[in-house]
Design a binder for this molecule. Structure first.
Ligand code: MG
Length: 354
């Protein structure tokens, strides 16, 4: 197993709860199995995953492990490290089998998925997946312009950030977005900014002017019962809660209509597919998104979503967030849909193809 530190500059600085980021640092993991090379990516994002140092330490332990199972076990508690190691194994195995990664994942090709009931046919070809456009946070006129641009580029779902402005200002932005695009699926993401009282008022105001497809993470991550109580006002999607308390706690509390699954935070694409199936059995729709990762992890997230297809528009169109990448992007977005690579493994050109 080879572990290489990497850093990718962001196209624009990204504000997170832990400060402003200007680059995505992480590790590439390369393995050789059955005559095939597999590449995995760990792009830790503190707040969602372990720290960069803890990720490196876990990858060192994995590199010293005597078996693949021990290497994965060495990454427990370090989801970004486990993401890299499990992806490298799955990429190599899918290449050795001559199938795209999503077919390998859908067929229960790795440990965590094999424990789950297979619900999608592994033979089914998935060509493209709907993705959402990110409209961000801007004044009503700019928001309306961005929504119109997204719709004319073919996107059927757009996502607005809310919660940073007053409730009245957010309500005006959401109303402007709806006026600009009567049919688009409108999603709002508050990233846990609201109190329960704020959330009730905001969702009622949005409901009066715009039918929102869902409100993502209205309240702080641990508030499961309070999220459950909001579900009558608008469909509720939980993102930070899944990373903070785990999918099973979210499902048992009946806290969500939709769960946002981030492979880097869940510890791998195998676990993401298993989590998506578990959610669906509980009547909750999964959506797969990235954590502003490099091309190996981003494309793997596309495969995880394809293994769960059909599913609602996913947050997979994030390649533009990087100023530079490890390799060309094999999953371009066309007409609001991301292309699922059909070559062997993850489908990213790299050391395998030399
Ligand atoms: Mg979110």
């Amino acid at each position: 197993m080879r572990v290489e530190p990497v850093a990718l500059p962001l196209a624009e600085p990204l504000d997170t709860a832990r400060g402003t980021m200007t680059e995505r640092r992480g590790f590439l993991v390369t393995v050789e199995r059955d005559g095939a090379t597999g590449v995995g990516e760990a792009t830790p994002l503190p707040g969602w995953t372990e720290s960069h140092d803890d990720c490196r330490a876990a990858l060192e332990r994995a590199g010293d492990a005597g078996s693949d199972a021990d290497a994965l076990a060495a990454c427990e508690g370090a989801p970004a490290a486990r993401h890299a190691v499990s992806l490298a194994f799955a990429d190599a195995a899918a290449r050795a089998c001559g199938v795209p990664l999503y077919r390998y994942l859908a067929g229960g090709g790795s440990g965590d998925v094999a424990e789950e009931t297979t619900t999608s046919a592994p033979d089914e070809r998935v060509e493209r997946l709907p993705v959402n456009a990110t409209v961000g946070d801007a004044d009503p006129a700019t928001t309306a312009d961005r929504v119109r641009e997204a719709v004319s580029a073919g996107f059927e779902a757009v996502k607005l950030k809310v919660g940073a402005r007053s409730l009245d200002a957010d309500a005006a932005r959401v109303a402007a977005a709806r006026e600009a695009a009567p049919d688009v699926a409108l999603r709002v993401d508050a990233n846990g900014a609201w109190t329960p009282d704020d959330a009730r008022r905001a969702l009622d105001a949005f409901d009066a002017s715009a039918d929102v497809a869902y409100a993502e993470q209205p309240l702080a991550a641990p508030s499961l019962d309070a999220h459950a109580a909001l579900r009558g006002r608008a469909p509720i999607a939980l993102d930070e809660s899944v990373a903070a308390v785990g999918l099973d706690a979210v499902l048992s509390a009946d806290a969500a209509d939709v769960v946002v699954l981030k492979p880097m935070a869940l510890g791998g694409v195998d676990r993401t597919v298993a989590a998506g199936r578990r959610a669906r059995r509980a009547g909750v729709e999964p959506v797969v998104t990235t954590t502003f990762d490099g091309v190996y992890a981003r494309t793997a997230a596309v495969h995880a979503a394809a293994a769960l297809a059909p599913l609602p528009a996913c947050g997979l169109a994030t390649g533009d967030a990087l100023a530079r990448d490890h390799a060309p992007d094999p999953a371009p977005v066309r007409d609001g849909r991301i292309v699922v690579p059909q070559g062997k493994g993850n489908g990213v050109a790299g050391p395998h193809d030399e």
